[in-house]
Design a protein around this ligand. Structure first.
Ligand code: LUZ
Ligand code: MOS
Length: 767
């Protein structure tokens, strides 16, 4: 089935925050961002700004009727700066004016005097100063200190990954509309309506039941709106509540880039030990997470780094420690993969380092150490592994050996162009790592005309979750899809939602939809059974018709629904789903946190232009564990998008803050994201045969949102191998992204570069 939004998207009729018709009297907000990363506010002069035309009010922390606090996990994040500033872009004041332009013009007239304090942007430096968001955490399996003696080969190193701008096409924003008796309706471009509701409740002092957060859809989230939509909604709500007028704030792209957090940069140390047989015996890693100036979701992101620190491999002795380091950058936040990719990059770097030193292909080590069913992850859960199945399927299906042969023949024949290959296995745990978040609810109404409305806590952000929810309802009722409508996500209809995140949204909300619909079906069957004087078990609903003992009757869905109504049988249901079996004990760092794991393997081929340092991704060929995909078109889209986003993170997207903590890559002219020319020439996706361990997935269709991003890591290592093909002695730090600049430098590090003169001659004769 096609994504139900495809037609309105194509026609430009889909409604995003900025498309909502404005009410008369709507005001426009704009935040005044701190121009400095760290310092004490000595004076804030609003007088000139207040005199600007169209300005209605300028708010500061002093105007907040509730508490000036929006921190979710740790209460360390003021909505508006109070006394000091902690990052460049931190909202200090909020201008509310009659127009967008007036608000922005007034922001420019605000004057601030800040007494500067030292700015720290490096997580290692923050850790050395004891600036930690939460205490460090360590996951352990076996005993690494004893295990080193068993190792024939031991390698150590450092690996760094940079941040990543979410670049959702729709920027952050909110529109708050006062209702009677102090209630507020807030349209918010958020992945977490309940998170917005909590933040607004804290700031305004209003109880949550006064706050209807309503979300139609997002133009992308990618994690950036899991927590950080709260700020803009809380600012609009504050102003709307105090001024009793509707207030809207939709961020300009450059405001959004400068003021919001990104994927966490990590700097990490690793030590890996292998035996004679290339089995990885021991692995130690220390992760320094650049959290930025406030906790935001960093502690949860940190946790997922530890969960995924061994990726798809079984290693008997592991010790991994992670520090969440407070720096003076905008608070970094959730981003597709949520710390998992950062952890996986380090183990892949460790394996690459071992392989390069031993003069073998990394895939030899990778394959030998893939997790098998029954193997224990460092956090105690036992694997039900598809790692070998995915790897071996990919190896055969895509003829890995012949790709290798073709590449080496190509590399022999070409001086200036070199190909590189990498295999990237992925294993990603599905569930929020915080067990309590793994719950969801659905509200289903069947109307007397037979049409069906479904509300859930799921937020549509382009990932197609509404289509999947619709499929669930249509299938359980056995009615055609057009009879079902998915309503917007509203905290008045569905309470206490978890954010749409962790790849788990379709599973959690879909299970709740299925339960609610199943309950209504039971009631409808009882109605039919009474009418036909049979047991309810004899009744079946199939394709909008009632069947009794396998025989089609003249009762259709509409007649059944109407009869139930006439008999005063409830046609509505609210169902609650909580993932069974999962648990985690943070005091021991052991448990069974994930409903299941998603596995996959990608074979990645790249070509490097060794004169220019430019490159192409020739192919990403994947065998992916979808379970039994309930919507292959949507799931393929998720894989393709995830791969390209992962490639962007690994190769070209470079978030740059200067030493003063100012974002230098603050627009699309200075921040390069993948375009049509940088997508792989070929993306092949093979569905692994359905497996048995996926019954906690909705309709056995496994979570698909985040896992494919990690295939992009393979491109980094394929590029490394291409560089090595050109200059076997090249010294290349494990420092992603591998931008063309860095790649060019690596090609010509000491070692054995091809002679440049010769190269130029070659070019001259072969244009
Ligand atoms: N959000 C969260 C997430 O709060 N917990 C998680 O485990 C998670 N995982 C992935 C993405 N978002
Ligand atoms: Mo996400 S990183 O699943 O919001």
């Amino acid at each position: 089935m096609k994504n139900i939004d495809s037609i309105t998207h194509l026609r430009g009729e889909s409604i995003y925050l900025d498309d909502i018709p404005l009410l008369q009297g709507t005001l426009f907000a704009a935040a005044f961002p701190s121009p400095m990363a760290h310092g004490v506010i000595k004076q804030l002069d609003l007088s000139e700004a207040e005199r600007m035309p169209g300005v209605v009010r300028i708010f500061t922390h002093k105007d907040i009727p509730g508490i000036n606090q929006i921190g979710g996990i740790v209460p360390d994040e003021p909505l508006l700066a109070e006394g000091h500033v902690d990052f460049c872009g931190m909202p200090v004041a909020l201008v509310v004016a009659e127009s967008r332009d007036a608000a922005r013009a007034a922001v420019k007239k605000i004057k601030i005097d800040i007494d500067p304090r030292p700015v720290v942007t490096d997580p290692r430096e923050a850790q050395a100063n004891d600036q930690l968001i939460v205490p460090p955490r360590t996951f352990r399996l076996g005993d690494t200190s004893a295990a080193w003696q068993q190792c024939t080969h031991i390698f150590q190193g450092r690996a760094d990954t940079n941040g990543q701008e979410h670049l959702y096409i729709e920027t952050q924003g909110a529109y708050a509309i006062p209702q009677e008796n102090n209630a507020l309706k807030i349209y918010s471009s958020t992945q977490g309506p309940t998170a917005v509701q909590r933040a607004v409740s804290k700031v305004t002092g209003l109880p949550m039941h006064q706050l209807d957060i309503d979300t139609i859809r997002l133009g992308g989230g990618f994690g950036g709106k899991e927590d950080q939509a709260n700020t803009w909604a809380a600012l609009c709500a504050l102003a709307a509540y105090l001024l009793k007028r509707p207030v809207k704030y939709s961020l300009h792209r450059m405001e959004d880039m400068a003021m919001t957090g990104k994927r966490h940069p990590y700097s990490s140390d690793f030590k890996i030990g292998l035996d004679n047989d290339l089995k990885i015996i021991a692995y130690e890693a220390t992760f320094y997470q650049n959290a930025g100036a406030a906790a935001d979701l960093s502690p949860a992101v940190l946790e997922r780094t530890l969960f995924h620190c061994t990726n798809s491999y079984f290693i008997p002795h592991v010790r991994a420690t992670a520090y969440s380091c407070r720096t003076h950058l905008p608070p970094n936040t959730a981003f597709r993969g949520f710390g998992g990719p950062q952890g996986m990059f380090v183990i892949e770097a460790a394996i690459a380092k071992a392989a390069e030193a031993l003069g073998i292909d990394a895939s030899v080590i990778q394959q030998k150490n893939l997790t098998k069913t029954g193997d224990e992850f460092p956090y105690g859960q036992k694997a039900e592994s598809e790692a070998h199945a995915c790897w071996e399927n990919a190896e055969q299906l895509y003829a890995l050996a012949s790709i290798r042969d073709e590449q080496s023949a190509y590399n022999k024949a070409n001086k200036l162009l070199k190909k590189g290959l990498a295999v990237m296995p992925v294993c990603f745990g599905i569930s929020f790592t915080k067990t309590l978040m793994n719950q969801a609810r659905a509200l289903v109404h069947v109307y007397t005309d037979g049409s069906v409305a479904v509300s859930t806590g799921a937020v549509e952000m382009g990932q197609g979750v509404n289509t999947k929810m619709l499929q669930v309802a249509a299938q359980v009722f056995s009615i055609p899809p057009h009879r079902v409508k998915i309503q917007s996500t509203s905290t008045y209809r569905i309470a206490n939602t978890s954010p749409s995140a962790a790849s788990a949204t379709a599973d959690l909300n879909g299970k709740a939809v299925s339960m609610a619909c199943t309950e209504i079906v039971q009631r409808l069957k009882a109605v039919a059974a009474e009418e036909w004087q049979v047991q309810p078990g004899a009744v079946e609903l199939k394709e909008e018709c009632v069947y009794i003992n396998g025989t089609k009757t003249d009762w259709d869905w509409n007649r059944l629904v109407m009869t139930a109504y006439v008999k005063r049988v409830s046609l509505s249901e609210h169902a609650h789903y909580a993932t069974p079996e999962i648990n985690f004990d943070a005091s021991k760092e052991k448990g069974h946190p994930f409903a299941y794991h998603v596995y996959g393997t990608a074979i990645v081929e790249t070509t490097v232009d060794c004169l220019r340092g430019t490159y192409t991704t020739d192919a990403v060929k994947v065998v992916h564990d979808f379970g039994s995909s309930m919507n292959p078109a949507i799931d393929r889209g998720q894989i393709e998008g995830g791969i390209v986003q992962g490639i962007g993170w690994m190769t070209m997207e470079e978030v740059i803050y200067d030493k003063e903590g100012r974002l230098r890559s603050n627009a699309l002219s200075t921040y390069k994201v993948p375009d049509i020319y940088s997508v792989p020439n070929e993306i092949a996706i093979q569905f692994l045969r359905p497996t048995v361990n996926d019954n906690l997935a909705i309709f056995r269709s496994k979570a698909v949102g985040e896992p494919p991003l990690m295939y992009g890591i393979g491109v980094y290592f394929a590029l490394r191998n291409a560089i090595k093909a050109f200059n076997p002695g090249a010294e290349i730090p494990f420092d992603a992204p591998m931008t063309p600049e860095k790649l060019l430098m690596a090609l010509y590090t000491k070692g054995n570069p091809a002679k440049h003169e010769q190269t130029v001659n070659h070019l001259a004769t072969h244009p």
